[in-house]
Design a protein around this ligand. Structure first.
Ligand SMILES: Nc1ncnc2c1ncn2[C@@H]1O[C@H](COP(=O)(O)OP(=O)(O)OP(=O)(O)O)[C@@H](O)[C@H]1O
Length: 600
């Protein structure tokens, strides 16, 4: 996959290199010189052989052999030095490019709406970016230099072909040409498409594998082993089929040709020499013929080396191309638009003005022409059946997503017109899936306000009713969560998340009061923590248990993305509509639990 229709993969990579692309060019130039220097010792060998054959069999009369020997050594050594310098340059550029890819990718992800990470796990994206960036390193650090070196060598070979004996030179070159043509046949046209399909199948198989492993607990509970394994098994089979098709249908013949001619670059040289020999004999220049043959026989060895290098380089190109595809998946992630002239919210009110929002790929809107207002300091509860749109509506306030139409206002300013940092500073969120990091409780809470003192963190934890949690942990609030048996229950985790929100001390609070996984003791502590957090602030609460909303200033009933009722608990009960039914059901459930002895 390419970043733009016309740009080659290499051009895209060099764009990422920035100023360091100059180092790439210098590296490639040095690599070309290294290759020319590397060919010169063969010329020295030819000169030595010519000298020996001229004086044969009086070998002692041969002159300059030592000089040529030293020259060969000097050229070879200089070649190594230049190649080393070339690789230093290309490595520096490659590391910088990979680091730029990582930085640009992470910067891009920072501008991506948070909701994007619901369906694209941030860890997975980061790994994908990291892996792909590393894969481009091989191309820029090694393969490109080898390609340039090998091309230089080919040009050198063409020169050599004319300098000594064009017939034997052509014989050497022919093998190389066949090998390269076979290689490009393998990589180009419909084969490239097959290669892509093969890689898609590989990607799918690894995703199916991850899903399978993730789902193992559910699979075990429901005894669904065979059924659940099917998707993974199908993915493996599809991958095997694609791999076989590619290997058998595409690679077999050209690959065999390529390998044969790479290993046997001299394959045409011997027949060519036999054909030429009688002519050389009769023309009386047999000595020159033998010298040339010896030269090409030795020279064909470097043809093989160059071909092998090109082959590795070509596979590096393919790897880099697929890596760029994965990088562009990250770079193409939607970006939260930012205004150049942000406005400051005037107060702590929230208003939904005819807001609609449809998730990408969904047919129906999750929020459909919703309007309501929350005055500063008010508590408004969102209630309604599952899937009614409560979480989605709350997610639009901090711009986890941007509205499809209408506008969400905070402090009388459209959230899209505010500075995102200002908006985030103004709002504290407590969502059901609030994550705690694998760090100490202290660090987990402090993240809400990095300049907070230890005492402030401690106070926030106390206000969030976390004292009992800290008391039972070996190192109090310095205990790292998730290590050596220090796991927190769902309710405990929620209280630590509440401490985070309390420490943030933001004037607006958006919270999901779900206490589904809290035991009665935890629940009452959570309710106390809620009370501390929401005191004197503007609150939007996603309520699942109606007992918590009776005191709200306003209750908004959302069903299928629409506001179906709005009012206080008393008003809504009177209306005898959806809320009244939900209230009756709720009370029924409470009675049932009490009568069966279960805690509410
Ligand atoms: N990330 C998403 N991508 C696509 N559709 C989504 C996404 N999240 C929610 N939806 C859909 O949007 C609609 C509203 O869902 P939402 O989670 O906002 O409802 P809810 O009232 O909060 O439900 P619950 O009480 O079960 O949490 C549902 O139809 C849901 O399937």
């Amino acid at each position: 996959m390419k970043k733009s229709g016309r740009k080659s993969d290499l051009a895209i990579l060099l764009d990422y290199a920035g100023n360091y692309r100059v180092l790439t060019y210098i590296g490639l130039f040095l690599s070309a010189i290294a290759m020319v220097l590397g060919m010169l010792p063969y010329l020295c060998i030819w000169l030595v052989m010519r000298g020996l054959i001229t004086v044969a069999p009086n070998w002692s009369q041969a002159t300059d052999i030592g000089r040529y020997g030293w020259m060969a050594f000097a050229f070879a050594f200089a070649g190594i030095l230049f190649y080393f310098a070339a690789l230093m340059c290309t490595h520096l550029a490659a590391f910088r490019t990979a680091s730029n890819i990582r930085k640009q990718g992470m910067t891009h992800l920072m501008k991506t709406p948070l909701g994007f990470f619901d369906s694209n796990a941030s860890g997975l994206l980061r790994n994908r970016l990291d892996g792909a960036a590393s894969e481009t390193e091989t191309l820029l650090a090694h393969n490109l230099a080898d390609i340039v070196g090998s091309v230089t060598m080919f040009l050198g070979m063409v020169v050599m072909m004319f300098v000594f004996d064009w017939r034997m030179g052509t014989a050497c070159l022919l093998a190389a040409v066949i090998s390269v043509v076979a290689m490009f046949t393998m990589m180009g046209g419909k084969n490239a498409k097959m290669m892509q399909e093969y890689q898609v199948a590989q990607d799918y198989m690894s995703k199916a594998g991850t899903e399978y492993v993730r789902g193992i607990p559910v699979v075990k509970v429901f005894q669904q082993t065979v059924y659940s394994f099917k998707a993974f098994k199908d993915a493996i089979e599809d991958y095997s089929t694609k791999a076989e098709e590619y290997t058998d249908g595409v690679c077999r013949v050209p690959q065999s040709v390529n390998l044969t001619f790479t290993a046997g670059a001299f394959i045409f040289l011997v027949p060519a020499a036999i054909l030429i020999a009688p002519g050389a004999l009769s023309a009386g220049n047999f000595a020159a013929f033998v010298t040339n043959f010896a030269f090409y026989a030795v020279f064909s060895a470097i043809v093989s080396t160059a071909l092998a290098r090109i082959m590795f380089a070509a596979s590096g190109m393919m790897l880099a191309s697929t890596a760029l595809g994965r990088i562009s998946q990250v770079m193409d992630a939607p970006v939260l638009k930012q205004t150049n002239h942000p406005k400051l919210p005037k107060d702590n009110s929230i208003e939904f003005r005819d807001v609609s929002f449809t998730y990408d790929g969904a047919d129906v809107p999750a929020i459909d022409h919703v309007s309501f207002a929350v005055e500063p300091g008010q508590t408004v509860a969102l209630v309604g059946p599952s899937g009614g749109g409560k979480t989605t509506a709350a997610s639009l306030i901090p711009r986890f997503w941007d509205v499809t139409s209408g506008s969400v206002l905070v402090g009388q300013v459209d959230v899209r017109q505010t500075n995102p940092h200002e908006l985030m500073n103004r709002i504290a969120f407590v969502f059901q899936n609030n994550r705690l990091f694998k760090a100490s409780i202290y660090e987990n809470v402090k993240i809400a306000r990095p300049d907070a003192t230890r005492e402030e963190v401690q106070r926030a934890l106390s206000a969030a009713q976390c004292d009992d949690i800290l008391a039972k942990l070996p190192e109090g609030m310095d205990t790292v969560i998730g290590t050596e048996g220090t796991y927190l229950s769902g309710g405990e985790q929620q209280r630590v998340a509440l401490a985070r929100a309390i420490l943030k001390d933001a004037p607006i609070v958006v919270l999901d009061e779900a206490t589904a996984f809290a035991d009665p003791e935890n629940e009452s502590l959570i309710q106390k923590a809620f009370a501390t957090l929401t005191k004197g602030r503007t609150v939007i609460m996603i309520a699942h248990r109606l007992s918590t909303v009776t005191g709200a200033d306003k209750i908004i009933v959302l069903d299928e993305g629409k506001v179906v009722e709005e009012g206080t608990h008393a008003q809504l009960k009177q209306q005898n509509g959806m809320y009244a039914r939900m209230w009756a059901d709720y009370n029924q459930a409470v009675k049932w639990r009490i009568s069966t002895g279960e805690a509410v």
